[in-house]
Design a protein. Sequence first.
Length: 62
Amino acid sequence: MKSKSKKNKKKQFSSVKALLKADREKEIEQYGKQVSMRPSRVHKSKKDYDRKKNKVDKGDLE
């Protein structure tokens, strides 16, 4: 049997989840896409090692 605290946490979690979903749908309806929560692209540092990019660069030289 579940304790009362676990039941309450589950209810709170489901209510928060429902609010987030409603906000997301409202945002998509207003802007045509999701704007605030997830950026479309994360800036990648030029100093990061990228094996795929390095292979492409070597292929051009040969």
